[in-house]
Structure formats: C-alpha cells, structure tokens
Design a protein. Sequence first.
Length: 135
Amino acid sequence: MARLKDLKERLMKNKDFAMLYEAKKPLMDFLNDVIDMMNEKGISQAELAEKIGIQRSNMSRIMSGKQNLTYEMMKKISDALGADLLVALNKGQFVKLSRRAQVTLEKIVEQTRLDEEEILEGLLAFYDYILSKTV
C-alpha cells in the first residue's frame, strides 16, 4: 500500500496530473462507493445495469469513469442499490463512516433512541473533555 501512496505522491507533483485528479475525484469517489455497495449486496455490473435499464456496456463505461454521469443517472444507480444520494458543496462538513462504524452507530441509535447527530456530538464532547484533561 505504501507503494501506491508513493506513486500518487510523485504523480501529484505533476501540475497537469494534479488538476485532472482533482477534477475527476468526486466522480471516482462516487464510483468507489458504488463498487463497495455492489460488493456488499453481491450485485454484478450486469445486474445493476439491468436494474436501472441500461446496457451492460454502458454500465461498464460508467464504472470505469469513461462516461460522465448526470444527476439522474447517479440517482438511478443509488436507488437501484437502495442508497441515498448526497450532493454537497462543502464536503468538509461530512464524515464517511466505514461499514463497521455505520453498523455500530446503528446499534447505538437503536439502543439509545437518540439520533445519529446527537450520538456523534456526544462522542465529540467526550473526547474534547478527555483532551482537556491531558493537557
């Protein structure tokens, strides 16, 4: 994994590569999330294509990042996977949880009857308290 990180670091020094990487990053993040969900649900590209009513070859172009996506297509893909589509201008305000963290958070919500935001705010307040005691 360190080699991939080193390669990316070297490539990012190239101005043209860095600009292209930043331009395509949101699309690639979306597609990586789609792949993760497909793996979790055991759905193939062909099955996903069928669910949203497109040819498998079109799905292949989408998944390889060779075809730009409209909002409508992103919504169809999200719906077919039983997921919510989030479009945000300020991504810095969002935290992506690992699947394990999401499952744990769902269990806490179920047991405490608090919403996710209340739980996360409580955890952050707890860690702020701990950090203030260690200084």
